[in-house]
Ligand binder design. Structure first.
Ligand SMILES: *[C@@H]1O[C@H](CO)[C@@H](O)[C@H](O)[C@H]1NC(C)=O
Ligand SMILES: *[C@@H]1O[C@H](CO)[C@@H](O)[C@H](O)[C@H]1NC(C)=O
Ligand SMILES: *[C@@H]1O[C@H](CO)[C@@H](O)[C@H](O)[C@H]1NC(C)=O
Length: 505
């Protein structure tokens, strides 16, 4: 008995060794075949000979069969990467593969396009920083560079999010870290060629000027020999971001594309996000615990977001001036949660819940705001839906400090976790009711943009639902947006998702 057992064990051991060595050989063969001889192939020529399945899954395993993350979230993680890759235009999934290969064979020739937030750079909030990401992926693919994100403030993005296995790794190599003087802004770095989009007056004026400027920057980066170059827009103005994302759309959709607007991330953000990001383990654990405790399941609840500290017209008035309002927003001072400010912001929040309820009649409403006093108030008082038919009781996280703004330059790294937790919980919802500020729009984007309502006007005043502010319109693609030349092939683009475009009442 025993000797047969041993034999069987050593037999299967041998079989496994043979299997492993043959997998290794196939792997090495692939690497030699595609990358050994010609490491500097550009994306197009590289992909002509490249088999994605063969490279990413050399042993026949699908992403689904690979190790499972230690903390499981239904809505983010490596199991969501492959389905997401299948939903994006081909140039994008091909770029992911190309970038994986470049990283696997990192050498002196490997070149990077860095998205920086360093020193005194004006980076704005978490959402604004990542809103033009789709455009930068396109740009990186056109200049044959690996995209990487480098933040020094408030903390590196790696302190909150990580790339899932099989996805697009966006972390900058350690050699970049040692090149940078963290006290200086990007444009003042001595060892870095930094490009600024829309930096001159002419390019700011109109679409033609912007397109000409993007072409110019594209040429500049194409000609740059440096291992690292970085790029940002002069300001994170809505006009700049919307224009860049329109260029992304023009290369991604067939015939029609969505009209990008103030409060949107691109229609494909749900997929791009899942290809690039999952929360780091401690954040994933808190998200899972919160959702379990509140009984929230992916796509089975509605999120309602209210930016209470946004320096809108009314908040400036209640805070006693613009400077005070900005200090309030960035966490340096407070406005007492009482009197007219409380009346106002509770009215905004009540309308926000009403808008969310109209999207989907559900008892599960996750309420999130950047003011814990408001969140506590909304979680402990039933909200009367305007038509008077019923009260709803939102759920949410009451026991914590105010959510910190990414522009805040004080606090421990953990102090910023709630900013990511609420965003990612909202990103798991079916519908999102959002107001002003880009953060709520990011949540709606991660959730898929298919079901959303806008509950405030641009000036911060509440607006009844239904309204047409959440309606996205479709446009015929403007050929002038094709600043990098003709797209390869219309077949490789995708169609606009009609459901994400129109919110019919
Ligand atoms: C939380 O983790 C458990 C156990 O892994 C899992 O069954 C559940 O689906 C997770 N919840 C969410 C929202 O991902
Ligand atoms: C840009 O505008 C500023 C202020 O209006 C002006 O002083 C500057 O000369 C302009 N620069 C160019 C290149 O036109
Ligand atoms: C606001 O919340 C803080 C923290 O929970 C609490 O100490 C404070 O009393 C609250 N203020 C008001 C006016 O409710």
């Amino acid at each position: 008995m025993r000797s047969r057992d041993v034999n069987r064990k050593s037999g299967s051991y041998r079989a496994r060794r043979i299997l492993l060595s043959s997998i290794l050989l196939v792997y090495i063969a692939i690497i030699c075949k595609y990358f050994g001889a010609d490491r500097t192939l550009d994306i197009t020529s590289f992909l002509q000979t490249f088999n994605y399945e063969e490279f990413v899954h050399p042993n026949g395993m699908s992403i689904n069969d690979m190790n499972v993350d230690s903390t499981f979230l239904t809505m983010y993680g490596q199991h969501r990467v492959k389905p997401a890759l299948e939903q994006v235009p081909k140039w994008l999934s091909q770029y992911v593969t190309w970038s994986q290969q470049q990283r696997a064979n990192e050498n002196e020739q490997t070149k990077y396009l860095v998205l920086p937030c360093i020193g005194n750079d004006i980076c704005e909030g978490f959402s604004d920083r990542l809103r033009a990401l789709p455009f930068y992926i396109l740009l990186a693919s056109k200049v044959n560079r690996v995209l990487c994100i480098y933040w020094t403030k408030p903390y590196p993005l790696e302190s909150f999010l990580q790339p899932p296995k099989g996805g697009l790794d966006w972390r900058c190599p350690a050699s970049f870290d040692s090149l940078i003087d963290k006290s200086l802004k990007s444009s003042d770095q001595k060892n870095l060629h930094h490009f600024i989009l829309f930096g001159d007056n002419r390019s700011k004026k109109d679409a033609d000027g912007k397109n000409a400027n993007v072409k110019q920057i594209f040429q500049g980066i194409t000609n740059a020999k440096d291992k690292y170059v970085s790029v940002t827009t002069k300001t994170h103005s809505v006009q700049s971001i919307v224009h860049l994302n329109s260029i992304f759309d023009a290369y991604s959709y067939r015939k029609f594309m969505p009209l990008e607007g103030n409060w949107y991330h691109v229609g494909m953000m749900e997929h791009i996000f899942r290809i690039m990001f999952e929360p780091i383990d401690p954040i994933a654990r808190t998200i899972n615990a919160t959702m379990t405790e509140l009984g929230l399941n992916e796509k089975k609840f509605t999120s309602v977001h209210v930016r209470a500290r946004y320096p809108s017209m009314q908040t400036i008035r209640f805070a006693g001036g613009k400077r005070n309002a900005i200090n309030f927003d960035e966490g340096r001072s407070t406005v007492a949660f009482d009197g007219r400010y409380k009346d106002f912001i509770v009215k905004v929040a009540t309308n926000a819940v009403d808008c969310g309820f109209q999207l989907e009649e559900t008892d599960k409403i996750f309420f999130s705001s950047d003011l814990v006093n408001l969140t506590q108030f909304m979680l402990s008082n039933p909200v009367r839906i305007k038509n008077g038919q019923r009260n709803v009781q939102p759920v949410g996280i009451a026991k914590r400090e105010d959510i910190k703004h990414a522009v805040s330059n004080s606090g421990s790294v953990e102090d910023f976790y709630p900013m990511v937790e609420d965003l990612l919980i909202m990103g798991a919802s079916k519908c999102v009711s959002l107001g002003i500020g880009s953060y709520g729009a990011f949540a709606a984007g991660i959730a898929g943009n298919r079901c959303k309502a806008l509950h405030r006007k641009y000036n911060g005043a509440p607006i009844d639902c239904p309204n047409d502010r959440g309606v996205m319109r479709k446009l015929v693609i403007d050929k002038n947006l094709l600043v990098f030349g003709d797209p390869d092939n219309d077949d490789e683009k995708i169609d606009v998702d009609e459901k994400s475009l129109l919110w019919d009442t």
